[in-house]
Write a protein that binds this ligand. Structure first.
Ligand code: ZN
Length: 121
């Protein structure tokens, strides 16, 4: 990966983490807040996609707060992987994830082939 590109991805990860932490604070403050109200304020399309992908991944119906927490955990993991130079590697097959996919979803865990395989199972 190009240094410029990885810098940009790391910045996106940090931004996603900050926003997710804000979401959690909002959720803790106002438990009546609906998913619709929260997602309406999202500035990142990929966060919505990320929440959906995670929920699908686990095949479980989590509450919004749990989903935000899971996503935050994943984002922190990705930041750690970055530091350990293990970022962008598919969790299933161990091959590098395509830069286009990382650009769209910086904290994605699997390459497109493995994701598809899981979805069709
Ligand atoms: Zn894979």
């Amino acid at each position: 990966m190009e240094p410029e590109e990885s810098k940009k991805l790391l910045r996106k990860l940090h931004e996603a983490r900050d926003k997710l932490e804000q979401d959690l604070e909002r959720l803790a403050r106002d438990t009546d807040e609906t998913e619709q109200e929260l997602t309406a304020g999202l500035s990142y399309d990929d966060r919505v996609a990320g929440l959906a992908a995670l929920a699908q991944d686990r095949e479980l119906d989590f509450s919004l707060e749990e989903k935000v927490r899971m996503l935050l955990t994943r984002v922190n993991e990705a930041i750690r992987e970055f530091k350990e130079d293990e970022y962008g590697i598919c969790k299933s097959c161990g091959k590098p994830i395509s830069p286009e996919r990382l650009e769209f979803l910086p904290y994605v865990e699997r390459c497109i082939d493995c994701q598809r395989e899981q979805e069709t199972r």
